[in-house]
Write a protein that binds this ligand. Sequence first.
Ligand code: ATP
Ligand code: MG
Length: 601
Amino acid sequence: MSAPEAPKPSNFLRAIIERDLAAGTYAQRHWAGSPGDAAHQGSGALDPARIRTRFPPEPNGYLHVGHAKSICLNFGLARDYGGVCHMRFDDTNPEKEEQEYVDSILDAVQWLGFGWEANGTSHLYYASNYFDFMYRAAEALIEAGHAYVDEQTPEEMRANRGDFGTPGTDSPYRNRSVEENLRRFREMRDGQHADGAMVLRARIDMASPNINLRDPAIYRIKHATHHNTGDRWCIYPMYTYAHPIEDALENITHSLCTLEFEDQRPFYDWVLERLADLGLLARPLPKQYEFGRLNLTYVITSKRKLKALVDEQVVNGWDDPRMPTIVGLRRRGYTPESLQLFAERIGVAKDYSWIDYATLEQSLRDDLDPKAPRGLAVLDPLKLVLENWDEALGAGHIEPCSAPVHPSQPERGRREFALAREAWIEREDFAIDPPKGYHRLYPPKADAAGGRVRLKYGYVIECTGYEQDAEGRVTQVRARLLPDTKSGTPGADSVKVKGVIGWVGAQPVEQGGGVAAEVRLYDRLFTEAQPDAGGRDFKASLNPDSLRVVQAMVEPSLATAAPDQRFQFERHGYFVTDRVDHAAGRPVFNRITGLKDSRGR
Ligand code: ATP
Ligand code: MG
């Protein structure tokens, strides 16, 4: 597969970056080797990074497929344009942040194929390390008359904010003196007031048509212990104030976020312009650009709802292969390359469109088709007995068979296995009363011979009968082999058949027979394409068949696989050895996806 790589599809973000690079918008920035204010950055040399982007998760949960889109976008753009992408934990909220999440996020980003080392330095940052600057910037805003401490109750503040049709009303505290504001703000910092007693607000315009500019809060009191700064602070910056500052301190050029933040962009710019005017931040300033978040059919991506699935044991943990978390997708068998391919294919746009789940599955197939070794597996085994085996080939004969590891890459060699008198075939490859057009095995009738098929890589056989148990369940299919029809021999084409079926030898593995394996057949977790749309109860559309476990028989080459190895089971789809439960001698496979999208739409 050495086709030249197709050029990356362009999108509006690439267009913006290319325009900025052509204009040299960011060419004169200085970078002192670490995040910092204007004085710090000014002491450095010209920034070696042509652009800087960032991936800024809050460490309050596991990442999901939507985050994968954001990771591929931010790290991918930096890579493609000679830039650097910063890995930044947005840990300004003291609650709900845990080391477990930090570790899993770093692991997910690296697994996806990205890193934060560039130009000899690590660009792993924590927003909480900027609290000192954020505080200093807040005092500077107060001193410049751009911020005030408001002591209205939360209810009064809400009432005075107005709404779309009505301008807001100025707070009675809006015009206090700089000295009074500074004194009050320091009292807030020093722990002299209770949570919610007062907030620091930007002083912008209570009549602005953009409600986000009606004097938004920038600091609140919260007596809480922070995982990084401990009890040093009892006031914390609001996200909308902290985020632009984090970007600016890190010399970010293009700050990409999801569309919900579009109305926040004027405040993002307001904060940065004021602080640059005050000499605290270096120009040129970062710019925010919004793209549509990923909505994937049959999937929910709300952290809260995913947590409910875990807590209520609808799934077996965050890495359950049905979860859209990155750990879940990974355990399911998705490759980093397939997720990157998916991110490229869906691209970025400024709208709220839904992406069909089939797009994700197709990316996996396209990635694995040229890579995955093939294998024979029988997922619903039914015993086949070849009655004339001993006469045709000799008693106890074992017939060696082989198949290419990959059908279009002969250089990858062949898999060896063997056929004997008894083998396993798929239950669905036999029918007592075959429907019209059925080209597999069925018993002979008064005036017609039994069904003929080729055992793939083996002989042509003809069904001679079957056995049933007391309940009428077929327990065994009997057939005779047609001598001299073995695949790869001169006589192979002497008998034409329409059906070819998979099989695994029933003799011991030492004689090339199959091995028992647990196979977990995963399907969509929900039966509704938009399980939580319009506030619907997503648990009402859980798919009761999202997991079916079967005892399968697999060819010997599959049984010796290490964990996390992917295969194409011929005719069945793509499977991976489970990274947690698979072990030598006790194989466990997860179905990643079928060979093609079998659902009608
Ligand atoms: P929360 O529900 O806690 O706000 P979040 O999903 O927004 O969670 P963050 O940790 O804030 O999570 O997200 C980190 C980054 O991932 C942000 O830049 C955000 O824009 C991006 N992101 C989150 N969800 C999606 C999504 N569905 N599609 C694309 N990007 C996303
Ligand atoms: Mg968020």
